[in-house]
Write a protein that binds this ligand. Structure first.
Ligand code: CU
Length: 734
């Protein structure tokens, strides 16, 4: 198999960092070419063949009475199905899709049908795991599940001190990893997990959701299959406790293969999305297709028209409800962007082996305790998929459109680039938390930012895209984000050399190679045609935003860290990434700070009380492999108060504080996901309102699945909640 590029950063004597990119032959090579994937080369896929599909709205199944009031009620299943992701004429792709329980196969798509929710009108959903075949037997995962991580551990393989439990890291003692074709002896070998697949769905960005309804990673459940192997648990460690809590509070019970949850919908208008969150395999199940939009409509459009001082008019679509109309999104387009790789038979490709990432061939855990056999630290697909199709096109009229973008990639950061559409106006009006305090005129930003919109994994935004002054013809929406390890910064232009210099502060300069211009450098095409109607929506220049009230001063400040663990193996001078972590910092910025590394299994360290406003300062300390981490905090949304350069001296432990840097465009208002760049501290302010057990984590899904996730608790420990697990030994070397 062709090897992925190996890319890492090495400190130089001057204290700067040099960027090294290694090819399969171990020699530095140029970047900006097609990246490796499955057996189907991305260049064999014709672009702009299929017309964009915008997910229709899922009709509700009825209403239910809940403690929050009358709720819209839905039943949604996850099933295996096929869809035409590649252009017509090429093979179909097997995906895992959300769809209405009992609905026809055509209603199961990836992304799934959207939910349209109204602010303060609750929603109740019964989620069912239907990952079974037509004989009722469980379906294995589409991709290699790594059983050496701290994961759901469905087979309950023993952990430290012989502990038998789900949701622990098994020791796999005395066993050596082999690929499935070489697996013969369960006493001395282990291989990929191919059993029934646990799922649990999280509504990303939903505020004030109780923990029983938040998709806690240890509240997963298997499908109701007739051949669950002996010794396999059907539910995660937190299932019983949260099941009983939901039953007690809402009167609705959970059962084999299904879970019902209740959302209060106290958010402002914004674009939420839901996706799988099962412990240690989220990256794989989301890659298989488990993601959909959840569009939260406000009681009114929060934006004013400066000419009238009344509510502005947003570009609208016709009512676009599944089963009631033929699909017609009108001028309201929800766009989920995902990078994917394919094999010649149309199947999705995701690496089954660590060697795809950096050529490392083993030994693996537990022999080489830091290195899991299947997990890769990051993965970049070599095609761009929008709403479940590779490189679609969309016909747009010379008028204004409301576009809600979602970066649903696992690792990839998008730099959407509108520069190739002369005459277009682009206004960012909302981010993931709702409408901004200040609109952003994207085409008038300064320097390299002009025409570009950055989207970290899991971030969303809403753009008003105005084609009124664009000449008819075909235009490409491009992506100038990175194809490989991403250090932050800006894309190289005109053959510029990539570079990463973080220190000294006044010389900070980060330039990365942009995506391959022929493949992942393109997102989709717009075919601009005349418009014969009258566009009554408010032009961007007249939009007047309503700033959010500021949160009061915090009752406490927490100092937290993102770190990464590396291992030197054999004589190889380059360290191998082992796992990513969050941590707690002790000491004062500017002086010595000590890092308390924390893993998923460690006891809760962040424990606000209900109603508390807290500041979280998150320090990205990974300077020898500079990776920005998109941090997501459940239950709440935050103000971004500060970005500041930092430099942590790993030898002396001194945290040097540098100058403050401006917030990025579109970071006003509230957010639920935010990048923390390498060598940077970001300060977030938020209020916690709902008692219970939640998670905060990196949303780079490969990181999230391997320890870069922490439980946190609002309020006191709950009577009867599952106890802490013994912390497992993980190498904490840096
Ligand atoms: Cu991360």
């Amino acid at each position: 198999m062709e090897l992925s590029r190996r890319l890492f950063f090495k400190s130089t004597a001057a204290g700067g960092l040099a960027l090294y990119v290694y090819g399969a032959n171990g020699m530095p090579e140029a970047v900006g070419a097609e990246i490796p994937g499955g057996s189907l080369p991305a260049t064999n896929i014709r672009q702009f063949v299929n017309r964009l599909t915008v997910p229709q709205i899922l009709p509700r199944k009825g209403t239910r009475s809940t403690p929050y009031g009358t709720a819209d009620y839905y039943e949604i299943s996850m099933k295996q199905t096929t869809q035409q992701m590649l252009p017509t004429g090429m093979p179909k792709t097997t995906v895992w899709a959300y769809g209405p329980t009992g609905g026809s196969d055509s209603a199961f798509t990836s992304p799934g049908l959207s939910i349209s929710a109204l602010q303060n009108r609750p929603v109740q959903i019964k989620w069912t795991n239907e990952l079974v075949d037509r004989y009722g037997r469980y379906l294995p995962h589409l991709f290699a599940v790594d059983r050496s991580l701290h994961w759901a551990n469905v087979p309950q393989e023993p952990g430290h001190e012989g502990l038998v439990s789900t949701d622990i890291k098994p020791t796999l003692e005395g066993r050596r990893y082999v690929t499935p074709d070489k697996y013969t002896d369960p006493e001395t070998q282990y291989t990929d997990y191919t059993g029934p697949v646990p799922i649990v769905t999280h509504l990303h960005g939903a505020l004030a959701v109780k923990d029983h309804s938040d998709g806690y990673s240890e509240a997963w459940y298997l499908p109701r299959a007739n051949n669950i192997p002996a010794g396999h648990a059907k539910y995660g460690r937190w299932w019983d406790f949260l099941k009983e809590k939901h039953r007690r509070e809402t009167g609705v019970d959970w059962g084999e293969g299904h879970q019902t949850v209740t959302y209060p919908n106290t958010n402002r208008a914004t674009s939420l999305w839901f996706h799988d969150h099962a412990l240690g395999l989220t990256r794989l199940t989301v890659y298989a297709g488990a993601a959909s939009f959840y569009l939260m409509r406000g009681l009114e459009y929060e934006v004013l028209d400066s000419r009238t001082r009344r509510t502005a008019r947003a570009p609208a679509g016709p009512s676009n409800v599944y089963g009631q109309n033929s699909p017609n999104p009108g001028a309201d387009l929800a766009l989920a962007i995902q990078d994917r790789s394919f094999n010649n038979d149309g199947s999705l490709f995701y690496p089954s082996s660590r060697s795809f990432f950096d050529g490392y061939q083993g030994p693996f855990y537990p022999e080489e305790p830091g290195i899991p056999p299947n997990w890769v630290p990051e993965f970049f697909g070599n095609t761009m998929v929008v709403n479940g199709q590779t490189w679609p096109y969309q016909r747009v009229e010379r008028r204004r459109y409301r576009m809600r973008f979602l970066n649903a990639c696992g690792s990839r950061t998008l730099y959407l680039d509108f520069r190739g559409i002369p005459g277009v106006e682009v206004w960012q009006v909302a981010n993931d938390g709702g409408y901004l305090d200040e609109k952003v005129n994207i085409m008038q930003l300064e320097g390299w930012r002009r025409g570009r919109v950055i989207l970290a994994p899991a971030e969303r935004n809403e753009l008003l895209v105005d084609f009124t002054n664009v000449r008819t013809g075909r235009y490409t929406l491009r992506n100038v984000g990175p194809d490989a390890f991403f250090p932050g910064g800006r894309p190289a232009e005109n053959g510029e050399e990539p570079r990463v210099k973080l220190y000294p502060f006044e010389e900070r300069d980060v330039v990365f190679p942009p995506a391959d211009p022929n493949t992942t450098g393109k997102v989709m095409a717009f075919d601009v045609v005349p418009y014969w109607g009258v566009d009554t929506s408010t032009p961007g220049r007249y939009l007047k935003m309503k700033p959010q009230p500021k949160l009061p001063a915090p009752v406490r400040t927490r100092r937290l860290a993102t770190t990464m663990s590396f291992h030197n193996v054999n004589e190889d001078p380059a360290p191998y990434a082992s796992h990513t972590m969050l941590g707690v910092l002790h000491g004062e910025p500017g002086g010595k700070m000590h890092i308390q590394d924390t893993m998923w299994s460690d006891p809760v360290t962040e424990n606000p009380q209900p109603g508390d406003v807290e500041d979280w300062e998150i320090y990205n300390l990974v300077q020898d492999a500079p990776v920005p981490h998109p941090i997501h905090i459940h239950e709440t949304a935050f103000e971004i108060l500060e970005r500041r350069m930092i430099w942590y001296n790993w030898d002396t432990g001194v945290m040097e504080m540098g100058p403050e840097t401006p917030l990025l465009p579109g970071e006003t208002g509230r957010k639920d996901t935010v990048f923390v760049y390498p060598g940077e501290m970001i300060r977030l302010r938020m209020r916690f309102t709902t008692p219970g057990q939640y998670m905060w984590h990196c949303h780079l899904l490969e990181h999230e699945d391997n320890e870069m996730m922490r439980p946190f608790r609002v309020g006191p420990e709950q009577p009867g909640q599952p106890g802490d697990l013994p912390s497992h030994d993980m190498p904490h070397a840096h």
